[in-house]
Design a protein around this ligand. Structure first.
Ligand SMILES: NC(=O)c1ccc[n+]([C@@H]2O[C@H](COP(=O)([O-])OP(=O)(O)OC[C@H]3O[C@@H](n4cnc5c(N)ncnc54)[C@H](OP(=O)(O)O)[C@@H]3O)[C@@H](O)[C@H]2O)c1
Length: 277
């Protein structure tokens, strides 16, 4: 049995579907199981379920679903119930090439969680993706409403990764031997700017979309509404400082899964409906 926390999230949902389709016993965790919309073959339980880890040998750990101060206890419960291997969705900000400000809240959050997993004594695999392609959903409202997108840093570069490519690596790390102690750095196949991403979404929709650059100060109030504002400010600051250099591109997705990472254009095709297409 594999327990997937954040089982309705971008990565957790894709992973749960993959494991269920592969015939694996999978238990996804959601605060609202009745609304989860996951495959029938997957069990769906609430985070406070007494038997959360019953019969489980592996755990996919998604941090938003587990407050940091509760993580050691959760890992202890998992181990006591028989879990032996944790695959954790971390972030490329940990151990990134070049200088990373270790006071950066996103760095601290993920680095502390990695340390808690190391300290647990369980076998671990860290997935360290850089920017997710799904971050582009931040523009969905504007794209449904018109042909221009207002946002900061038109030329900032990233190598966005498809959530199902992260899930595919997680699936292999959970099911195949040899991933214990590995920290997999994950990216999409190549660099693309914010303006190019908006144009690619336009091509997927058969529309011409334009990126209209606004100042970081203006963006601070509206960007990533679900994220704490100190994290948004840290993201804007690090993008201003480092976001125009060629981004890290790895071949980890292909090495681990045997299939190359999908390009942003393919992600946009897969998500046409999210943009009103
Ligand atoms: N976005 C990026 O560019 C990026 C880059 C590197 C790393 N990451 C990592 O990836 C994670 C995001 O992964 P994702 O996109 O798959 O997640 P997501 O789609 O945002 O999913 C979050 C899931 O966690 C569950 N959850 C439980 N408790 C929660 C709470 N208190 N607040 C919010 N959600 C809660 C929710 O499920 P229910 O509502 O069903 O309970 C939700 O489906 C980040 O936390 C970060 O660690 C992201």
């Amino acid at each position: 049995m594999i327990v997937v926390t954040g089982g309705t999230g971008n990565v957790g949902r894709a992973l749960t579907v993959r494991l269920a389709e592969a015939g694996e016993a999978v238990r996804a965790v959601s605060r609202r199981p009745e609304k989860a919309g996951l495959p029938e073959k997957a069990e769906v339980v609430r985070p406070d379920a007494d038997d959360l880890f019953a019969g489980a040998s592996k755990l996919f750990l998604h941090l938003q679903a587990v407050p940091g101060d509760e993580l050691p206890a959760l890992l202890g419960r998992a181990e006591a119930a028989g879990v032996r291997h944790v695959v954790m969705l971390s972030s490329g900000i940990v151990g990134a090439p070049g200088d990373v400000d270790e006071s950066h809240p996103i760095h601290v959050w993920h680095a502390q969680a990695e340390q808690a997993v190391r300290d647990s004594g369980l076998a671990w695999t860290f997935l360290r993706p850089n920017a997710f392609a799904v971050n582009a959903l931040q523009w969905a409202g504007q794209i449904r409403a018109g042909d221009s997108v207002r946002g900061p840093f038109a030329g900032a570069l990233s190598a966005p990764i498809h959530e199902d490519d992260i899930a595919a690596v997680a699936e292999r790390a959970l099911l195949d031997p040899g991933h214990e102690g590995a920290a997999h750095r994950l990216t999409g196949p190549g660099a693309t700017s914010n303006a190019e991403q908006v144009a690619a979404i336009g091509r997927a929709l058969g529309r011409e979309l334009t990126f209209v650059e606004v100042s970081a100060r203006e963006a601070e109030e509206t960007l990533f509404p679900g994220m704490p504002r100190d994290m948004v400010r840290a993201v804007l600051k690090s993008t201003a400082e480092h976001g125009f250099a060629p981004p890290e591109v790895t071949d980890t997705v292909e090495r681990v899964t045997g299939r190359p990472a999908r390009a942003f254009a393919e992600w946009a095709e897969d998500h046409r409906a999210d943009f009103g297409g």
